[in-house]
Design a protein around this ligand. Structure first.
Ligand code: NAG
Ligand code: NAG
Length: 371
């Protein structure tokens, strides 16, 4: 028992201070471990919804067909998702576990946690058809609970430092259009707002969420915009005759993303430092949507897994068409990028110019924060 305790403490020192006792001498390892927290929707959910009674889930084959275990984990990908690839880039020992995973305990808490839940949006009424999902207010409440648990493990001062040194990823917004405003013709929100008024409303609610995250101690937050919503196979299947992207959703994304970037830069001025980093995922996606061949894809219109036109109808299940070579497809299922597309996105997050990452990219963050 007491041996176990000592082991735990060594782990804690390693994680927090980058210092570990080996043969009684102090050794400083090269890699600084920092915690990583993830909030948002299916693009970044690593399996929270497996523990919930909801239809928004990815815990059955062929999801995970290219994951190291070859099993469906709840990630909406054939293999790794964006949080996995960011974890690898920052040198973390493992991807943060889903917050609802019972294995997230003890020293493993110090790696971080993933609070994301497929189907959620900025607004509470987004994704209501998925019933039981972790909406953003609850994701933030879980983050507060998490900090209490870490505090009990390593003390309040160190817990606070772990959170303020951590990297945070926030991916939200697409569902406020796809699974709310445009979900059905004459949706409640579309009767309430014209699209050019709905977007500023969503942005103003998003701003409150980010300020809450800041109040909870987050100090390095990558906020992704939406992809080109009208160009995903699901929307092509519904609206496209010749492969052209769906106009209304493109207009929505075109309004949302610049206003998000603007809001983030205004928030940074308000808090007096570069806490929020805008990731221009719309442009990152456009690159391979406009020229899939240049990135080694055979198509950016047809999903690897699905059915109907563009494989864009319904869900990806064991009965769907499944492409033999997942790496040749930009989209894995009707809504979500393939692992290889995720790699391209994370690579741009890492080294992209200010057109992609504003005010700085992840390699700059890592270099700055390690000083
Ligand atoms: C969303 O729900 C939370 C609590 O569940 C509430 O505090 C918040 O005000 C709601 N947001 C909006 C925009 O209604
Ligand atoms: C992004 O990363 C690259 C290489 O790591 C660096 O040279 C470049 O200046 C960075 N760009 C910005 C805008 O931070």
């Amino acid at each position: 028992m007491s041996n176990q305790k000592t082991l735990v403490h060594h782990n804690v020192y390693f994680m927090i201070f980058g210092i570990v006792l080996v043969w009684g001498t102090l050794v400083i390892p090269q890699v600084e471990c920092r915690a990583f927290f993830v909030f948002g929707d299916s693009l970044v959910d690593s399996g929270n919804n497996n523990y919930l009674a909801t239809t928004a889930r990815a815990d059955a084959p062929p999801y995970g067909v290219d994951y190291p275990t070859r099993r469906a984990t709840g990630r909406f990908s054939n293999g790794y998702n964006i949080p996995d690839l960011i974890s690898q880039q920052i040198g973390a020992s493992e991807s943060p576990l889903p917050y609802l995973d019972p294995a997230l305990n003890g020293p493993r808490l110090l790696v971080g946690a993933n609070f994301a839940s497929a189907g959620v949006g900025v607004l509470n009424d987004t994704g209501i058809q998925f019933v039981n999902i972790i909406r953003i207010p609850l994701q933030l409440e879980y983050f507060r609970q998490y900090q209490q648990r870490v505090s009990a493990l390593i003390g309040p001062q160190q817990a606070k430092q772990l959170v303020s040194n951590a990297l945070v990823l926030m991916t939200l917004g697409g569902n406020d259009f796809v699974n709310n405003y445009y979900l059905i013709p004459n949706s409640a929100r579309s009767r309430q707002y014209a699209i050019q008024d709905y977007v500023p409303f969503v942005i103003s609610e998003y701003r409150k969420i980010l300020l809450k995250l800041y109040d909870l101690g987050a100090r390095r937050v990558i906020v992704t915009g939406t992809g080109p919503l009208g160009c995903v196979p699901a929307e092509l299947a519904l609206h496209s005759r010749n492969g052209e992207c769906a106009t209304e959703l493109q207009r929505a994304a075109g309004l949302f993303n610049p206003q998000l970037a603007q809001m983030l830069s205004e928030l940074n001025s308000k808090v007096g430092r570069d806490v929020f980093i805008a990731a221009n995922t719309q442009q990152m996606h456009y690159n391979f949507i406009n020229n899939p061949g240049a990135f080694g894809f055979v198509t950016s219109k047809v999903a690897c897994c699905g059915q109907g036109p563009y494989n864009g109808i319904g869900l990806c299940t064991g009965f769907s068409n499944l492409c033999p070579r997942r790496d040749l497809y930009a989209f894995w299922d009707p809504f979500h990028p393939s692992e290889r597309a995720n790699r391209l996105i994370v690579q741009q997050m890492m080294i992209g110019s200010s057109e992609y990452m504003n005010p700085m990219n992840l390699s700059t963050i890592l270099a700055m924060d390690s000083n």
